[in-house]
Ligand binder design. Structure first.
Ligand code: ATP
Ligand code: MG
Length: 469
């Protein structure tokens, strides 16, 4: 009995010590520094629209655990911005004064990732909640933790700081609002709350310096302008235009990740208009951009993006392979026609053209191999659609990319390419029953090139067997 009582007292003592430690830590690190020259505006719970039932359950669990252990715990970035604008956030990012190792100690389901930024990922089944330790601005960092390239870009930026430090290295004021789980208030150092009300996108700090040190911010600006329907001052618009060439300095792998975000979040059609307006599209898809003066190319892309936006609004998934195939189709077609005029058979011309276009494209955007293969299949099926006899149409129909390829055919017809007849045949074929299909096969065209296939090319494997690295 005595032993049991002692055990309980010990446990209570432990709890009290833990709580005290927490309070001390918060006093020391978590709260904005008292010496800080800029005081934040604290927006109390009753003056903003974010309530806890809008926040992801797992994110809440992480916030509470950090808070109970005595650390500062805040929602920050896109989720606060989106909740205030009334959108459903894509992910819930957390910022804290706990170091990554401290976060790992608190969560069994935690793994630390990242070289450039060391981040904690807390895993809840398939879901990941990202926890970042406050970081300080590049200028304050010692040499071994921070590094700049010759053209002013930041290469490494991994120095821990306070909430106040963390604010100034964020990109836009609307992305620099911190929702504090301690009292459900929002901490605002940069006037982000007013910008949310005014629907205005404002970069933090000196615009030219901030865009130069990380040119991906140019694309992020366009993404937020399009997605949240924001406005920007004309001077910054001109600056984006003037600095668009800096995207050449960004690695194709990082650019590819940003492009996925640009075209997967709704409002892809307005985003595309903005990319063109600020000369950014040519930095991402130079071959396609050079053909935008052709009405068919422009119509194809416009229609595809309007369709994508409707799908996103209906909650349907969008396939990056399909969109990228749409973007690359016109350059592929142009090269195919050129190669055919040099007497290459249509299929070989298409395969070769695709290889050439892809080789150029991956210099700008590093696409994973599986995606390259999928894009190729969608393009090559455009050629197979010309064969409408025997068993070939059944093979095309069973192809895993049939639906995406058919959708591209549909867009090509809408854009004014002479494929209306092919489209009507395929529409009837894929929606028809067995009898209707057999009847269609009797009327189906056997393309001239199909009959006259030269022996030289008959047995050859496709030229593009290996995707571009
Ligand atoms: P979303 O998640 O909706 O795509 P986001 O703004 O949350 O938008 P993330 O990439 O998740 O974008 O980044 C989270 C936050 O990190 C941003 O809101 C911003 O505060 C900061 N951030 C991200 N990228 C940069 C950058 N390149 N420069 C400065 N701050 C950045
Ligand atoms: Mg985010």
């Amino acid at each position: 009995m005595v032993l049991y009582a002692e055990l309980r007292i010990n446990q209570r003592m432990k709890k009290i010590i833990k709580l005290l430690k927490g309070v001390l830590k918060r006093l020391g690190k978590g709260q904005p520094s008292r010496k800080s020259p800029i005081q934040p505006t604290i927006i109390p719970r009753n003056e903003h629209s974010i309530s806890r039932n809008m926040i992801n359950r797992n994110a809440l669990k992480v916030l509470y655990r950090l808070h109970e252990a005595g650390f500062g715990a805040y929602l920050v970035g896109g989720c606060v911005r989106d909740l205030l604008f009334g959108y459903r956030p894509k992910d819930f990012d957390i910022a804290t004064d706990a170091r990554p190792e401290e976060v790992r100690r608190l969560f069994k389901n935690c793994r630390l990732i990242g070289k450039r930024f060391r981040l904690a990922h807390i895993l809840f089944g398939q879901e990941i909640i990202e926890v970042a330790t406050f970081r300080t601005h590049h200028e304050k960092a010692p040499e071994q933790h921070a590094k700049k390239a010759v053209h002013g870009m930041i290469l490494r930026d991994n120095v821990y700081g306070s909430l106040e430090d963390d604010v100034w290295r964020r990109d836009f004021t609307v992305n620099a609002l911190y929702y504090n789980i301690a009292d459900f208030s929002i901490v605002d150092y940069t006037g982000g709350m007013q910008d949310i009300k005014n629907k205005c996108l404002r970069i933090i700090g000196d615009p030219e310096q901030r865009f130069t040190e990380d040119p991906v911010r140019l694309l992020r600006a366009v993404r937020f302008l399009g997605k949240c329907n924001l406005t920007m001052s004309p001077e910054i618009e001109q600056l984006i235009d003037r600095l668009s060439h800096l995207l050449k300095n960004v690695s194709p792998a990082r650019l590819f990740q940003e492009v996925l975000k640009l075209f997967q979040e709704g409002a892809t059609a307005p985003t595309f208009q903005l990319l063109q307006k600020y000369q950014l599209f040519e930095q991402l898809f130079s071959q396609t951009a050079s053909l935008l003066n052709q009405p068919e190319t422009k119509k194809l892309l416009d229609e595809a993006l309007l369709g994508t936006d409707s799908r996103i609004q209906e909650g349907k998934p969008v396939s990056p392979a399909f969109l990228l195939a749409v973007f690359l189709w016109r350059p592929v077609l142009q090269q195919t026609e050129r190669l055919q005029s040099e007497h290459l058979p249509p299929y070989v011309a298409l395969e070769k053209a695709f290889q050439m276009v892809l080789l150029e494209q991956v210099k700008q955007l590093a696409m994973p191999r599986t995606l390259q293969v999928a894009i190729r299949e969608i393009c090559v099926l455009q050629h197979h659609f010309n064969y409408r006899y025997g068993s070939r149409p059944y093979r095309s129909l069973e192809h895993p990319r049939f639906r995406a390829a058919y959708d591209l055919l549909l867009l090509r017809a809408k854009a004014g390419e002479p494929v209306q007849e092919v489209l009507e045949w395929w529409t009837a074929f894929h929606t028809g029953d067995h009898l209707a299909r057999e009847k269609l096969l009797k009327t189906g065209n056997r393309p001239a090139s199909g009959k006259k296939r030269s022996r030289r090319f008959r047995k050859k494997r496709p030229v593009i067997a290996n995707p571009v690295k």
